[in-house]
Ligand binder design. Structure first.
Ligand code: GYE
Length: 361
């Protein structure tokens, strides 16, 4: 391709961006309409779920800083605002633009067969990031990198069992509400299931389950309404940190105290993600246990692309190792089975300011 062709191609891309109101599409490399990428630049289209949580912001940053111009990429970033239809449009646009790779962080697991078949027909490898897709034919995507949400849920349930047991609290006195994530997303499915298994195994009362859409605002709204409906809630199982922030605000606004001393009327908040703000609340005793979900997938996705570029085989499923943090040291280890049916023993780390300061998100 000569220089003029490249420039024309560049113009097409820019007009394409404008034709989508320039809102959701964002060019993350290139010199603002100047000479387009060199021939060895790898073009990546990334369809991101949205910007619903601190976790998601950290994930977006990780992807943008990895797939940068300096690193040899042209990234076309699309924020789907939590809507699958926007993701379908984005992927079709990436196909039309003949990107080298499509990265997809799918909002929910189902509904991808047709568009992934289109990407396959166009010979564009698709790397699924973060949440999973549930497709009839696994060859519709090349590989997946993300977290084991079911294991996360099981870790949280095992921690709750160990904690309440250590404090001499009877399982029948544990009254839980579950503020779920986006219904149908891998993170919701796994975390809800982990809790439900705990309810079955240990005999806790699960008073209610309702989606907080992984956002602080909705988490607060759902908690407000649950507090009006039930006067005996003593554990709030939030499926991410932002929901926990909203739930904490709702509990405090209702004149109740957030904390682990549930035998004396406090309401315990549990969470996932271990964002900086989440761990700060853990240190303050407001989130009793925060199960890590690591969002820094940029370098991991890049490693997969490099392997594919080198013609190497990559694993279909790539799970990230994650930790557990708690306010105190009542529980030091939990045993849990992961999605591959392997039992593991996981340390629970009492959080410190030093740990928070040393973390990247
Ligand atoms: O926990 C939540 C985000 O899919 C693992 O999505 C991700 C989840 C994460 O909105 O904060």
């Amino acid at each position: 391709m000569n220089r003029e062709d490249l420039q024309n191609e560049e113009k097409n891309r820019v007009s394409f961006i404008n034709s989508n109101n320039g809102m959701r599409y964002e060019r993350c490399s290139g010199s603002g309409g100047g000479v387009a990428a060199a021939d060895d630049t790898i073009t990546v289209g990334f369809s991101q779920v949205g910007a619903e949580s601190d976790w998601r912001t950290a994930n977006t940053e990780s992807m943008k800083s990895t797939f940068s111009e300096e690193n040899g990429y042209e990234l076309i970033f699309d924020d789907a605002q939590q809507k699958q239809e926007n993701q379908l449009t984005a992927i079709r646009n990436f196909i039309q633009q003949e990107v080298d790779y499509i990265l997809l962080a799918p909002v929910t697991e189902t509904g991808w067969d047709t568009v992934l078949q289109e990407a396959k027909d166009a010979d564009i490898p698709v790397i699924i990031v973060d949440r999973m897709v549930d497709v009839s034919d696994d060859s519709l995507y090349t590989t997946w990198i993300g977290t084991d949400s079911l294991l996360e849920g099981r870790k949280a349930a095992e921690w709750l069992n160990a904690y309440t047991t250590a404090k001499g609290i009877d399982a029948k006195d544990v009254n839980i509400v579950d503020i779920q994530g986006t219904i149908g997303s891998t993170a919701q499915i796994g975390r809800s299931k982990g809790l439900e298994e705990g309810v079955d195994n240990y005999g806790w009362n699960l008073l209610a389950q309702q989606s907080g859409e992984f956002t602080q605002a909705k988490g607060q709204e759902v908690m407000e309404s649950m507090l009006k409906q039930y006067d005996n809630i003593n554990v709030v199982y939030c499926e991410n940190d932002n929901e926990a922030f909203g739930a904490i605000d709702a509990i405090e606004a209702a004149g109740k105290t957030v904390g682990s001393d549930i035998a004396n009327g406090e309401i315990m908040v549990m969470s996932f993600d271990t964002t900086n703000a989440g761990l700060t609340d853990t240190l303050a005793g407001k989130i009793a246990c925060d199960v890590e979900c690591n969002p820094l997938h940029g370098p991991r996705a890049e490693e997969l692309i490099k392997a594919l570029e080198a013609g190497e085989e990559v694993e279909k499923l790539n799970y990230v190792d994650e930790e557990i943090f708690a306010t105190d040291d009542t529980v030091d280890k939990v045993k849990a089975v992961n999605s591959l049916d392997e039992e593991g023993e996981y340390d629970v780390t009492p959080i410190t300011q030093e740990i928070i300061d040393g973390r990247a998100y």
